[in-house]
Design a binder for this molecule. Structure first.
Ligand SMILES: Cc1ncc(COP(=O)(O)O)c(C=O)c1O
Length: 307
């Protein structure tokens, strides 16, 4: 199957043609910010729904502002670009996209010109019911006062890369970061929830984690309204993870990924637990539009609509 074309600064181009100058800050210092999001094909409606696009666009703009890029794109511009890349590739299947805003100028203090590309790709869906093995990383999550993890800057992901490669070398699927204060933070591309003593808990956003849109969706809707559990946002200690009944990672890419062992301690029974399973089913039904509540979170790609 051929790769999708990339949308780059207003044009649809082949992957090989989407190139950046080697002396740009984007290439040399990883001066980029990005979003990763999915759109889901709904057979019933014959429509491709982008999930919470407005929230992803707001966060991309916030990331540009925070990293002191010029911000030449409105939410409407970003929406038009997403529609152009999906319609231009005639995408009628589940798709994952990276929206990347970068600084094309040279030098550490370059703030412009800001360019944008969107790279749609077929990304494997998470296999429901299958868990991953995790470890507590010996790498510490970068802190809000160093390079803020609250937003999505490409350079942040060097921290995640080190943790991930170490985890793989040591025989685990995924690392879990502690922050500089020794509290549980998150995974490399996903936030973390655990079930312990009958409560569904996740670290607060002051624990050096991304302000995840999936996390918010679970807190605002999926857990209380579908699964019947309110989420407790609080600090979490490492040893609580070792004695948790269930744990899962979540994110636009990770969807709901069960964690069935941490540092070789089985999480609960070592199988995917009932809360994780219920949240996973409810989340997938919501993003695809099988659960028809919250139509404002599913933006049709083909039907004319304003964001
Ligand atoms: C570091 C990090 N944490 C958490 C997440 C999950 O965020 P979201 O639910 O907004 O995709 C991501 C993925 O984007 C991430 O890169």
């Amino acid at each position: 199957m051929a790769d999708f074309k990339i949308w780059m600064n207003g044009r649809l181009v082949l992957q090989a043609e989407a190139v950046l100058p080697v002396n740009s800050a984007a290439v040399f210092y990883a001066t980029n910010v990005f979003e990763g999001l999915r759109a889901y094909w709904n057979e019933r409606d014959g429509e491709l729904y982008g999930f919470r696009l407005a929230d992803h666009f707001a966060r991309l703009r916030e990331s540009m502002k925070m990293m002191r890029f010029s911000v030449p794109y409105s939410v409407e511009d970003l929406f038009e670009a997403v529609r152009a890349v999906l319609a231009g590739n005639e995408v009628r299947e589940d798709v994952h996209m990276h929206l990347v805003a970068y600084v094309g100028g040279a030098g550490l203090d370059a703030t412009s010109p800001t360019g944008l590309y969107i790279n749609p790709r077929r990304r494997q869906r998470v296999v429901e019911g299958k868990g991953v093995s995790a470890c507590i990383s010996s790498w510490v999550r970068t802190s809000d006062n160093a390079i803020p993890i609250r937003l999505k800057c490409g350079a942040n992901y060097q921290n995640g890369r080190l943790a991930r490669l170490q985890a793989k070398v040591d025989g685990y699927d995924e690392p879990i970061f502690l922050n500089g204060r020794g509290r549980v933070a998150e995974g490399t591309g996903a936030t973390l929830f655990m079930v312990r003593k009958g409560r569904l808990c996740t670290p607060t956003t002051s624990n050096d984690i991304l302000e995840s849109i999936t996390r918010t969706t679970i807190i605002e809707d999926v857990a209380p309204n579908v699964v019947g559990m309110d989420v407790v946002e609080r600090e979490i200690d490492r040893t609580e993870l070792y004695t948790a009944d269930e744990a899962f990672l979540c994110g636009s890419g990770y969807e709901i990924t069960p964690v069935t062992s941490i540092d070789r301690f089985p999480v609960g029974t070592g199988e995917v637990g009932p809360v994780t399973r219920a949240i996973s089913t409810a989340y997938i039904n919501l993003v695809r539009g099988v659960d028809m509540r919250h139509p404002e979170w599913r933006t049709p790609t083909y039907k004319p609509v304003r964001l």
